[in-house]
Write a protein that binds this ligand. Sequence first.
Ligand code: SF4
Length: 222
Amino acid sequence: MADSAREGILQRDKETYAIVPKIPMGMLTPQILEKIASVAKKYNIPALKITSAQRIALVGIKKEDVENVWEDLGMEVGYPVGACLHYVQSCPGTEVCRLGQRDSLHMAQKLDELLSQMNIPAKTKVGVSGCPLNCGEGFVRDIGLFGKKETGWTVIIGGNSGRNTRIGDVLAEDLSEEETIDLINRFAQFYIANAKGRERLYRFVPRIGIEEIKKELGLVHS
Ligand code: SF4
């Protein structure tokens, strides 16, 4: 992947840059916070912004400092732009939330590992929730999941929360963790093989049709 994200995003002032390290599922530690704070002080970075993707953007970096900031941070690039997996967000699930029914953080980590290795055709956002209340916003993400204690995971595809708002379609329900990972893997391969250019999933899913996608993935028989 061409690493323009590592070079930073030029800001409105046309002089300084923003970078976004990867913070999987928005899970922070004191060490990560201390590292970001010390780097921000060292390079006089004027703004730290929590993004909608549960990451921390470092904003207002001088061009000549960008690579040194990355070196000092020692963190992966978060890919806030471009055709790829942008993020997997997750609610706290059974790790923390008293209403949690499934381990959403663990599932989100697995999906991040799976999807970040793939050449996905377009910007892709994933939301995982540990119960049907869907705090992880999966119905308005390209791929969404939520868990139920008794029956397992529900997989949703084709949602979007942007200008072209769309509530995603349920692809499958009552899946085990292994079945969920396998299905999303196969669906991603289908998407990669059949997308038109950089077609986002909120366009791809209605163009192909949810019932046709289910047939292609062997979820129903024609
Ligand atoms: S979706 Fe459920 S488990 Fe996750 S934070 Fe919301 S209430 Fe808790």
